[in-house]
Structures are given as C-alpha cells and as structure tokens.
Design a protein around this ligand. Sequence first.
Ligand code: MN
Length: 291
Amino acid sequence: MEMKFGIHSMVWVGDWSEAAARHAITSTAKAGYDLIELSVIDPSTFDVALTAKLLAEHRLDTTASLGLDASTDVSSEDDEIVARGRKRLDEALTLVRDTGGSILCGVIYSALRKYDAPATERGRQNSYKTIAWIADKAAESGIKIGLEFCNRYETNIINTTAQTLEFIEIVNRPNVFAHLDSYHMNIEEHSMRDAVLDAAQAGKLGYVHAGESHRGELGTGSVDWPQFLGALKDVGYDGIVTFESFSSAVVHPTFSNSLAIWRNLWTDNVALAENSLAFLKEGLGEGGAKA
Ligand code: MN
C-alpha cells in the first residue's frame, strides 16, 4: 500500500447539494488530493448515486466521518438515544459502502460535545457494544472503523491514543482502528511521537487527520510537525492522511458550532488546500508528483 492524501469536505463546502458536491469533488481533484473525506453528519441529505458518479469521474477515493449529537449519543444511558445513534451510524455505513469508501471514522462512539460530567460505566458499555455492532456490519463490506479520539472538550469517552487502544481491546474487532488527529493530540498527549509508536506497535494505526493547533493552514500554528510526521514516517505508516481545516468562511450549522469554529482562519481555500498538501508531502518525504 502507498500513502494516500485526503481532504475534509468542509474545507470546500458546508452542505452537500448537487452544486456543493460538484464543487468539493472537482476542487479536491484539482488540488491534487487522492481522496475526499465526506462529512456525513446527516447521511440522509446525501445523494449517494450522484456522489459515487462524481468520485468516479474525478478518480477520487473516499472515506466518511461524522460526530454524533446529544440525540444520537451511543454513550448515553438512554436506550432510545442509543438506538437513534445506531440508526445514524448504519445510514453512514451504507453511504460509505455505496460510494465505494474504505473507512467510516470520527466521533462515532459518543456525541461530539462538551460533557458536564465523566462518562458512566453503563454509558461506556453502550458505546463498546455499539462499536462492536457497527464493526461487524462494516466487516461484511470490507470497511474499516476508525475511532477518532478528541480533546476533553469534545468527548468524555476517549481523549488519548492509550485510551483509544484500550477501548479497541475491549471491543475486540479486527476492523476497528485508532484514528489519530494532530489537533487533538497536540492538546492531550504527553508525546505525539510515543502516541504514534504505540498505535503502530498495537497494529491499530488506522487513519490520520492532519490538523493545525488553531485548525488553520498546516505549518502556521504550534503543532510539532517534524515530531508527528517524523513518527509516521518512522513506523512506515502507509494509510490515509487527511487534511482538516475549518474556518467561519465555510459553515455547517451543527458541525461548525460543535467544533467551536468562531473565527475566520482563511478565505482562500484553494491556496490553503494546495499549500497544506505540499506541506504534508514534504514532511512525510512523499515529494514526488502524483502519477
Ligand atoms: Mn479530526
């Protein structure tokens, strides 16, 4: 396998109307990326056939991510809320399958929100059981599940690589992996390098988000990129690295508010996408032009 570079759809668009889908997919291909990560907060709003057709036209791969909300929180103690969460995940999985995607990732084990208290044991059990359940469904289509741990303000279930590996051990499904995001790691990890090494050692380094400390252009904040990208290189990571950046210039009402995107980090997303891809390729020693 060869490393692949992706970009999050919300660098381009806040919704997924036909015009938005066209714009996002065309722009991704033009900027030189291999794939687009679809943000499927509400999978029912997606035209799957159109999306699959556009991806094929531009020869792009895809993945999908989402964060659950309070009404679909699978770490809730309320069975009805958990059931709604499972339904949402099932819809997202179907979308990944029908667009030819390889991985479903994100905050799919809890809501993406600031919690007012630690997770309860019963809530954790509901989260484990749900991930085991969706992983088994995903396995039927050869799809991987990526658990994106987040900083403490965005989930109370997993905030570090170590906690994510522990979660994965409990769930015990071969297609469940850790999804590492430099933005969250920069807040929570003792060492970004050790975190990458530990995930690789466990054979569970499954997906990577490259995000800057302020969520703007890569290389313009305080993330220690030589350490993070150097570690990915050293463990021979050959999966997907997806660039994430969010600004008030592109807004999705739920997503932007849950992520606290209050200010404008950029307006020119074309330059942002091109610069960040060049930055990643340089840092990972993948300098060659795309064939
Ligand atoms: Mn992320």
